[in-house]
Design a protein around this ligand. Structure first.
Ligand code: SAH
Length: 457
């Protein structure tokens, strides 16, 4: 982050704008909407600036160093480079925040593009790199955030103290507000029915039950194959309201970053046999955290019910009487296949698709080779990298043609995705010739021949 985002209280503070033209006017209007006392300094000052209500002082003359004496914030909006530079230096010597319009190098702060739904304000900045991009993003967000958000926020603000008296603990109040924001009362506000909505909100607060202590729960959430765009809405919603998140190695840092900022994050990663936290302990931890009344999100790579031990984790929860839900995720087979242009089924190549684990046990892979070595079938092997030589050899020994197409996909769906495509009799050599990074998925069958043509990512 090149600039630290913060919102500043400028109510009745002296803000000095040097410049008297249209750029200065734009900045002065912005300061006026934040309630600042504005001082304008310039030899020539346009009429609009002279009549702006928040402008308390007009100095129609050149800038003097003493003009910054009582300033809280300074904006240089002149077309005189040397003067802008001088103001910037002077302000920074005095530790005053200074903005030189369109010159991030001379500025200690920059003004973002904003969406004003006061008291909700969304600010977007490109750090001075691409203001046009920031403005276009703003335009898109404008249409997503209805004006009534401001009214909802203002009503919540007014009723905060009332709720605090009713529900003393921070966490229970947060849960109450989450229910309001995601429920019918917020929708009433958004349809513009402010009076009824405010009345419903008051009623909800009056009937809030402080003794009903929160009941914990666990959501087993599939985080997909790595690309954050492939999360489900349900996953994101739960991640953003969790008290605690347990995640493992397959869940990318970008995805963990989308969890509620104040949620505790516990890494329970697994690297083949070496578990950071043993499975039994994970199951136990989930139960303990839920019993403390927490909303627990157990984030798992891909889909929790596909080679993810999701079943085992919730079996223990069910036994302990903890309420839980499971959120499906895009499994690696689906993610990797689509992102490498390999359809898992295809009328000309495969009428069936089988998912297996290629995990090595005592140096061999325990699979039913006769069932796998069938024509017109796609085989997807999870955890198959170590066993790759055994898998290719056994499939050929059991009747699959040596020229059956096969591909290894590394870190599928992410920007680091790599596909090594070959055939059963040469894939091992191709893979050995390259540095390969986990996780990897193996796809075998006629459909892999489409990769060259359909590889779009
Ligand atoms: N529950 C997960 C699978 C867990 S097993 C799911 O549904 O996807 C872990 C294996 O999944 C890895 O060894 C690898 O074979 C595969 N895998 C997961 N994410 C992957 C990715 N982004 N690219 C390639 N393989 C992946």
């Amino acid at each position: 982050m090149d600039f630290f985002p913060a919102f500043m209280n400028l109510q009745s503070r002296e803000c000095v704008v040097i410049g008297g033209g249209s750029v200065a006017l734009r900045k002065a209007r912005l300061l006026a909407s934040a309630g600042a006392n504005i001082v304008i300094i310039a030899p020539e000052i346009c009429e609009e600036l002279k009549h702006l209500e928040q402008v308390k002082t007009l100095h129609q003359r050149p800038f003097q160093d003493s003009d910054l004496q009582d300033a809280t914030l300074v904006i240089a909006a002149t077309n005189d480079r040397a003067l802008n530079e001088h103001v910037s230096k002077l302000a920074q010597l005095k530790n005053l925040p200074v903005n030189v319009v369109d010159n991030p190098a001379l500025s200690s702060f920059i003004t973002p593009s904003i969406i004003d739904r006061s008291p909700i304000v969304v600010a977007i900045s490109s750090g001075g790199n691409a203001p046009v991009l920031a403005r276009s993003l703003r335009a898109r967000l404008e249409s997503l955030i209805p004006p009534a958000y401001g009214q909802l926020a203002a009503s919540m603000g007014k009723l905060r103290i009332k709720l605090k008296k009713k529900i003393p603990t921070d966490r229970d109040r947060r849960l109450f507000w989450e229910q309001i924001v995601n429920g019918p009362i917020a929708r009433q506000f958004l349809t513009g029915n402010v009076k009824t909505a405010t009345a419903s909100l008051r009623k909800a607060i009056d009937s809030a039950d402080p003794d009903k202590s929160a009941i914990g729960n666990v959501a087993l959430v599939g985080a997909g194959p790595g690309n954050p765009d492939l999360l489900t809405f349900r996953a994101l919603r739960l991640m953003q309201s969790a008290d605690v998140v347990l995640y493992d190695r397959l869940v990318s840092a970008e995805i963990v970053d989308l969890c509620r900022r104040d949620a505790d994050r516990i890494y329970v990663g697994k690297q083949r046999e070496d578990h950071a936290v043993p499975q039994l302990r994970i199951n136990q931890l989930l139960i303990e955290l839920a019993q403390q009344g927490k909303s627990v999100v157990r984030l798992k790579g891909g889909d929790p019910f596909i080679f993810g031990r999701g079943g085992e984790e919730i079996e223990d929860l069910a036994k302990a009487g903890i309420s839980f839900e499971v959120v499906p995720g895009i499994t690696a087979a689906s993610g990797c296949a689509t992102y490498s242009g390999i359809p898992l089924t295809h009328r000309d190549h495969a009428q069936a698709c089988i998912f297996v684990t290629g995990h090595l046990k005592d140096g061999s892979v325990d699979l039913d080779w006769n069932q796998l070595a069938c024509p017109n079938q796609t085989i997807v092997v999870y955890m198959g990298l170590m066993g790759l030589p055994v898998i290719c050899r056994e499939l050929m020994n059991h009747g699959l043609a040596p020229d059956t197409p096969a591909a290894l996909i590394e870190q599928g769906t992410t920007e680091r995705q790599q596909v090594i495509a070959g055939k059963l009799d040469n894939l091992v050599d191709l893979v050995e010739a390259k540095p390969v990074k986990a996780p990897t998925l193996l796809i075998i069958g006629g459909v892999v021949s489409l990769y060259e043509k359909l590889n779009w990512f």
